[in-house]
Each structure stands twice: as C-alpha cells, then as structure tokens.
Write a protein that binds this ligand. Sequence first.
Ligand code: TA6
Length: 300
Amino acid sequence: MPVQQADDRLILTHPNGSSVEVLLYGATVISWKTGTEPVERLFVSSKAALDGSKPVRGGIPIVFPCFGAPSHPEHARLSQHGFARNRAWTFDSVVTDDGSGVSVRLTLTPTASIKAVYDRSFELAYVVTLGEDALATDLHVTNTSRSSVYPEGNLEFQALFHTYIRAPADQVLVFPLQNKKYYDKTETSEEGRNTAKTETRAGVDVRTFTDSVYEDAETAKYEVRWPGCGIEIKVEGLKDVVVWNPQQEAGSKIGDMEEGGWERYVCVEPGHVRGYVKLEPGRTWVGRQVLRVAMETGNE
Ligand code: TA6
C-alpha cells in the first residue's frame, strides 16, 4: 500500500522499504527512512509536539510567508516563520503512484484563523515525493488575487524548507558555500547581524553555535557530508540557504529540544529569505528540494 492515511498523517512506502511520514499539521515531514534497514534520515526531537499544539521541532517544517521575525507590513501579525507550519493542511490527492515512487499533494488556503492574521489571497500546494533513495518536496504558491492593479495585487512572501538532517553535528560539513555572502545571526548586535560576511571555509562545520543565512548562494546542489555518509540536496527556485545548529549554547534554551539533540542534526534550509518573492495575480511560484542519500559506507 504505497499511501496510507492515519487520522493525523500520511505514510508513503516504497517497494524497497523506504518510507516517509507527513503530518497533516503543518504538512510537516516527520520521517524519511531509506534502504532495507531502514535508516532514519531526519531528526525530530523526542520532545517535539506532534499533536498540533505547536510547530514540530524537527523533520521539514514549511516556512511561509515570512522567515524569522516578520519584517514585511503584510506579515506584521504573524509569528516567527509564518503560519504554514502551524496550520492543518488538507490531503488533496495521490499525484503519482508508479513503480518508481509515490507523490501526495496537500493544500492550504486562507482559513478563518489565517484570515485573522493575514489578509492576502493565496493557495499553497505541497507535493511530497518518495523515490527509491530520494525525497522531494515542492511548494507551489499561487496568488489567487483577482486584482488587476499592480503592485497591490502582488503577493510578497518568503519561503523555506526548514530541514533537520540527522547527522553527527561535530563531524558534519556543508558544501559548497566558500566565497558565498552570508549574514551571521549569532552576532550579538543588530549591526553585526546585518553586516554581510564572506564564507572562507570550503566545508562549513557546525561545531559551534551556527545560524548563517547565505544570500544568493545560487547553488543547484548542496552536499552534507560526514564520515561514512552524505546527503545531497538539489534545489530549484530557492536562491538562499540557511545553516543552523544551536549547539548547547542556544539549544539548551529551546523547550522542545531533547537533551543533547543539537549533537544529532544540522539544519540545511534552502529558501528565498533575503528579500521577497513578488508574485503577480494569477501566477504560481515553485520552490523545490530533492534530498538524496549520496553515499554510505557500512560505518556511517
Ligand atoms: O532557520 C534558523 C532559525 O531561524 C534560527 O534562528 C532558529 O530560530 C531556528 O530557525 C528555529 O526557529 P523556531 O521558531 O523553530 O524555534
């Protein structure tokens, strides 16, 4: 049975034993297992709420329409990272179900609770695809405004996949970010946080508290490597990428972070988060990531 629906989630399975679980709350991917063992590739804190009471601490939360604290006038009433990750999505359909994999489509449209804090016309569609050794997530944003007057009709938003990759944080390296411009959110002053830096490292580690927003990385593929394993992330339509690990310094202050959880993941988050996507009425924007197990030896 390639797609099963429990009351709060969808479970996709591949003939080779791989699987994905998608919580309808936030359309949050909370598990991606690959291979015959199978091996869990994502991190979800054991303290994460999965009951819809708050965004999931782990997996792949969807960030929309704002990244971080809202800064756009239309987002003034929104909480950090927007509302997509803390609303109930609708299971719309099984998109494909052939021998190569299975895709499901989930949607989110303006409900009363969204309209109470955000008064733009939109439709989100989220397509999750499980392949033999890959997981794809595509976010489609449609501006359903009928305004013919620009720019009032334009929908301005940010979007990001907040992906928690299960990995040993003291050994993992993220490529290729050398010479890319980034903003360091661990800086203690606002001026410091708003001052662009240039990445000098070939491989970015997260052995210390790291919260870096790389602007216009314009990289088609990222590689997340550690001894014995690697995950590649191919992206389309997502010009920026965030690398985050709170380490104990900040992780110990996160209420739903399991003890030492920061040792077991790196967040590599492709998105459009510097500036805004400006979408004309009737148009659709698509951001896509494809995660794939790039290599694995027995000692991963
Ligand atoms: O993507 C990194 C980040 O913006 C960090 O600054 C940290 O706040 C993280 O997201 C988690 O945010 P959350 O709202 O899920 O606690």
